[in-house]
Structure formats: structure tokens, C-alpha cells
Design a binder for this molecule. Structure first.
Ligand code: NI
Ligand code: MN
Length: 228
């Protein structure tokens, strides 16, 4: 069975795998890149990379309604418990855990993680998901370039989802260097064009990446789907 990924816009991703809907970094309400109403999303799992509003914005609302299991770092899980959520699982950087949808490992990300009310959100993370059919999907989260992306690449990445927007995360040049370190088969750029400050030409970036690496880049519009 193939895995499919929907990019709702910005950093919000839905992953359909083994019959489960895994929602990553839910941000709908105030997200200029999507018209999707959070009330129409029914995930079994919600994964949060870090505490910033554009990644955790609609988490509590969707989790309360759907009773999805929310997975994030220990500090964010503690905060979510204070917001009234009970179906929670804490992990931390470098640690992996087997869920029905696959094996999830938290990876390093170079960023911040403060929560919307100013609470401490621990360290930001990326996600390395090994599906039940042994596909490896690396979702970098908000991050700058770091050399240990090479270690993540050593696992053999089928799909890497990377920020290219610059200003808050890697820009196009560093994201190209990231592809060279990770050596994924497929790449999807995210975290760009949501606001003027992160405007980028993804098609131009895709051409450059495909000219300089063996990766195939998939520039999908917000709301678009990629089948792995
Ligand atoms: Ni952020
Ligand atoms: Mn962000």
C-alpha cells in the first residue's frame, strides 16, 4: 500500500499510512496558505515538531474533538496536559517509539520552541518516520542546516520534507546543501510563501536541486497530494 502525503500549506502535513491519518503541525485557522477548516480534519495521531504558534495553533482544538493521540517532546506534552488533553505521548530527541502507524524517531532541529503563552517548549524536533512497509520519511521541522543531517541520511531516506523559506529556517541555498547531506530519493519543499518574508521560487529551487543531486523534487500546491 502506498503512503500519501497532503501538504495543507506552510508546515501542516497529513500523512496517510497503513490506514491511519497522521497530522503534523496543525495550523489552519490563521494560516494564510490554506482554506481548510480544522473542523473537517479527523486524525488518529497528531505530531508536533515544536511549540511555535504556526505549528501547534490548532492542536488542542483538533485533539479534543478527534481524541487523536498527540506526540511531541516532554515539555510540550506537559503543556498540552495543562490545556486539558489526556491522550498524550512524550518522546525526546534521538528516541524512537513504535506506534500502529509506524516507528517514530525525534531528530535534532536547530530552532526555538517557545509555546504561544510564553511557556518553555523544550527543544524543537524533526521526525523520522519508518512506515510499516519500511519507507523512511524525514520531516525536518523548522531548522537551520546542520552537518548531522548526514547521519539521518545514512538511514536511507525515501522522502525528505524540508523548509526552504529562509528567515526563520533554511533558505534555498542551505536546503540544497541539506539535500546533498541527506541524499533522499524524493524531496518536498515547505515553510515558504505563507508570508512575504518567506517568499521563495520553489520551481527554480527544484530545478537546481535536480541538476546538482539525484533527488526528485515535488513542488506541490497547498492542498496537493504526493504519493510515495
Ligand atoms: Ni518555528
Ligand atoms: Mn515555523
Amino acid at each position: 500500500m502506498s503512503d500519501s502525503l497532503i501538504w495543507y500549506g506552510h508546515a501542516t502535513i497529513g500523512l496517510e499510512t497503513s490506514g491511519y491519518h497522521v497530522l503534523i503541525d496543525p495550523f489552519f485557522q490563521d494560516n494564510p496558505a490554506t482554506d481548510v477548516n480544522a473542523a473537517t480534519i479527523n486524525p488518529q495521531y497528531i505530531l508536533i515538531t515544536h511549540g511555535h504558534y504556526d505549528h501547534i495553533g490548532d492542536c488542542v482544538k483538533i485533539a479534543k474533538r478527534s481524541n487523536a493521540l498527540v506526540i511531541s517532546n516532554f515539555e510540550i506534552i506537559n503543556w498540552l496536559e495543562k490545556q486539558g488533553l489526556t491522550n498524550l505521548h512524550a518522546q525526546h530527541l534521538g528516541g524512537g517509539h513504535q506506534y500502529p502507524f509506524g516507528y517514530l524517531k525525534l531528530t535534532l532541529a536547530l530552532h526555538g520552541s517557545g509555546l504561544p503563552d510564553g511557556s518553555y517548549g523544550g527543544n524543537p524536533a524533526g521526525f523520522l518516520i519508518t512506515t510499516n512497509t519500511n519507507k523512511k520519511i524525514y520531516i525536518a521541522g523548522d531548522t537551520g542546516l546542520f552537518g548531522d543531517m548526514r547521519l539521518i541520511g545514512e538511514e536511507g531516506i525515501d522522502l525528505a520534507v524540508l523548509p526552504i523559506g529562509d528567515n526563520f529556517t533554511m533558505g534555498p541555498e542551505d536546503a540544497l546543501r541539506a539535500v546533498k547531506l541527506i541524499q533522499p530519493k524524493h524531496v518536498i519543499p515547505i515553510h515558504y510563501n505563507t508570508w512575504e518574508v518567506i517568499e521563495q521560487n520553489a520551481s527554480k529551487w527544484a530545478k537546481k536541486v535536480e541538476a546538482e543531486t539525484d533527488a526528485k523534487v515535488h513542488v506541490i500546491p497547498p492542498g496537493g497530494t504526493f504519493n510515495l
